[in-house]
Unconditional design. Structure first.
Length: 662
């Protein structure tokens, strides 16, 4: 027998041993959420509940396996038969038994992402929509997936996604119809179909639903704040008969609305389930009390939430540091200096992480880390200057400033409809192995040699190339200015070229080719500003080449199994923890994201939850980095206001450093 009172704290014990009925367990960060779920399973089994009548739903198979293994050890192997796994896994298990009711054989095929992309490509080929100026298969799959997971029509999602492009939405919908028909013909479901059809099965076949409602006496759901509308409705149907539904989550950590998670599911739970008993887990085992004080203060500002106040079990240590910095460059130097100091004090790189709202926030830091040869990895991401969209834009600059650069010319030309590497290679040879972008006759020669589909898009670049004509007319090449730069470079011609390239061509290209087009365009915008910090574009391109080579060296070092620093967006860091955490660019408009606050209802509240998540990843030390100046692509410098989330923290909870004055 398990001594539950001995092995659990009072908060956990109350939730684990609660009597039947709807239960909402609000588990703040680091309070033993997984332990509570595991012991709840063990408690039910010890009370005589057959394990096969328990359904445990998680968001990852790894989490389900871990919970079941731990519960099995607790009760001596009596958890066998419990239904445990992800929503998709459980929906699939039920659909296998009843697929015929929906017109599928029981051995239907499940398409993984690559399969789905391949199938959409086949639809594009069948519909003769393989031209380069039409959205690519991964982009279309993302649009179709969003429609499925948010219960919106494909038409409404496609119209919103492509509203700023000349893309014909009717053609997109034709692809969607063809994709649905092909899946049906192949007796196949994609990942999203498992949820959609799982819900459809219950709604359209009451006898099937009744069977599972009777079978499952207890339903437990992990990370409930991350459920989407389909998942919440599916659970509600299964639990409707016995109402023994326990959901565990933290409304403070609901940060995935962009991928369909609905914050309202957890907020409305007591209303949907009258008689709900609410349990709060507030005893934190992860962080020192000074960090928890900051986390409690920052999240208190959100209007719609279940209030919780974390309490520390660890001894007092040191206050989080609020460090004011001049700009992103000084921020990068400061972080590196602190990392070196922390290493001398005994911390390993593996015990430290740098978190940020968007990948481009770490651009200067990646540059500094590469120069200092500090090994680092990026969670679910590619190093900034190795990303496809950054290389695409840099290829334009390389063509302009390095007329002999065949690789850049080929990459740039291959972006255009109907142009492949072979076509670009033939054109390069026709140009004699050199292309002077600033000379109109050479541009006309390129345009004349392009396929018809590419000519219009090439013409859109003329606004960018016109900047080169201005340089010639102004006589900017007649002499060098101070520090060796010419007049055009002094006005950041590179940044203006990037801007014209994006507006004339690349914005549409990004929407057609990348699922996260706006994120990538934000990166490009920051690249333009970064380029403006150099005295000449040649110096900038040399720096990019140097950093790319250093990055390759650092990546080799990390593969050898040594220590490395972790760089991550806050979204990708959820569920992880480190002893030391640096949070970058805590300035209004950056963190919180100005775009997020403008484009989504409740955006500020979710941004505040992101800040809370970032702070609560730290065990020992937190550094809140607040640069005070930003540079635009035209080399103007302007002040930025500190993040409103930082301003909301009482100053007595922080140690303040004015690093930029040192």
């Amino acid at each position: 027998m398990i001594d539950f009172a001995q092995e659990l704290n009072e908060e956990q014990l109350a939730a684990v041993t609660a009597s039947d009925g709807p239960l909402l367990v609000l588990a703040a960060a680091g309070t033993g959420k997984t332990r509570t779920l595991v012991y709840r399973v063990a408690y039910l089994v010890e009370q005589g509940v057959d394990a096969h009548r328990i359904l445990l739903l998680t968001f990852t198979n790894k989490a389900a396996h871990e919970m079941l293994e731990r519960a099995d050890r607790l009760v001596g192997g009596r958890v066998g038969g419990l239904w445990g796994g992800t929503f998709h896994h459980m929906a699939n298990r039920m659909l296998r038994r009843h697929a015929a009711a929906l017109g599928f054989p029981s051995d239907y095929t499940i398409l993984d992402r690559d399969d789905s992309v391949t199938l959409i490509r086949a639809c594009l080929k069948e519909l003769k929509l393989t031209r380069k100026d039409f959205p690519k298969a991964p982009v279309l799959l993302s649009v179709f997936g969003k429609a499925a997971n948010t219960q919106q029509s494909a038409e409404s999602v496609a119209e919103a996604h492509f509203e700023e492009t000349p893309i014909d939405v009717d053609e997109v919908l034709n692809v969607h119809k063809a994709y649905v028909a092909r899946k049906q013909a192949l007796a196949a479901m994609d990942f999203d179909d498992l949820l959609v059809n799982g819900l459809r099965l219950f709604r359209e076949h009451a006898e099937v639903l009744a069977r599972y409602q009777e079978h499952f006496l207890y339903v437990l759901v992990d990370e409930y704040q991350d459920t989407n509308c389909i998942q919440a409705q599916w659970v509600d149907l299964i639990a409707a008969r016995h109402r023994n539904l326990l959901v565990v989550g933290d409304d403070f950590q609901s940060i995935y609305s962009w991928r369909g998670a609905d914050f309202r599911n957890i907020l409305s739970f007591p209303e949907r389930y009258p008689g709900t008993r609410i349990f709060k887990l507030e005893t934190n085992y992860r962080s020192v009390p000074e960090i928890l004080a900051v986390a409690n203060a920052c999240i208190a500002g959100n209007p719609e939430q279940f209030q919780k106040v974390m309490r520390a079990t660890r001894d007092a240590y040191k206050k989080p540091v609020l460090v004011r910095l001049r700009d992103g460059a000084q921020q990068a130097r400061y972080v590196v200096e602190q990392i070196r100091r922390l290493q001398r004090e005994g911390y390993s790189l593996n015990e430290m992480a740098v978190l940020y709202r968007a990948h481009f926030h770490a651009m200067e830091l990646q540059s500094q880390l590469a120069r200092e040869r500090i090994p680092y990895v990026i969670t679910s991401g590619v190093r900034f200057f190795e990303q496809a969209h950054i290389k695409d834009v840099c290829s334009l600059l390389r063509v302009v400033y390095c007329p002999h650069d065949e690789m850049a010319f080929t990459r740039l030309l291959a972006l255009f409809p109907g142009v492949g590497h072979a076509t670009a290679g033939r054109l390069w040879r026709k140009l004699g192995g050199r292309f002077e972008a600033g000379k109109e006759p050479e541009r006309r020669l390129v345009e004349a040699a392009l396929p018809r589909a590419a000519k219009t898009r090439w013409a859109a670049l003329e606004e960018a190339f016109a900047l080169l004509d201005e340089r010639e007319q102004d006589g900017a090449n007649d002499g060098d200015g101070e520090n060796g730069e010419n007049g055009a470079d002094a006005e950041n011609l590179g940044g203006r070229l990037i801007e014209a390239f994006v507006e004339g061509f690349y914005r549409r290209y990004a929407v057609e080719n990348f699922e996260n087009a706006q994120v990538r365009l934000d990166d490009v915008n920051e690249l333009a500003a970064f380029a403006g910090r150099f005295q000449s574009m040649e110096a900038f391109l040399s720096e990019v080449a140097l950093l790319t080579n250093l990055d390759a060296e650092i990546e080799s070092m990390t593969r050898e199994g040594g220590e490395y620093l972790r760089l991550s967006t806050v979204h990708q860091a959820k569920g992880l923890e480190w002893k030391v955490v640096f949070i970058l660019w805590l300035a209004d408009g950056l963190f919180p994201s100005g775009r997020s606050m403008m484009e989504s209802e409740g955006g500020e509240s979710e941004e505040r939850r992101l800040f809370y998540v970032s702070v609560t990843r730290a065990k020992d030390e937190v550094y809140l980095c607040v640069p005070e100046l930003r540079q635009t692509r035209d080399r103007n410098v302007f002040p930025v206001a500190p993040s409103r989330f930082v301003d909301e923290i009482p100053r007595k909870l922080l140690k303040t450093e004015q690093a930029w004055l040192v």
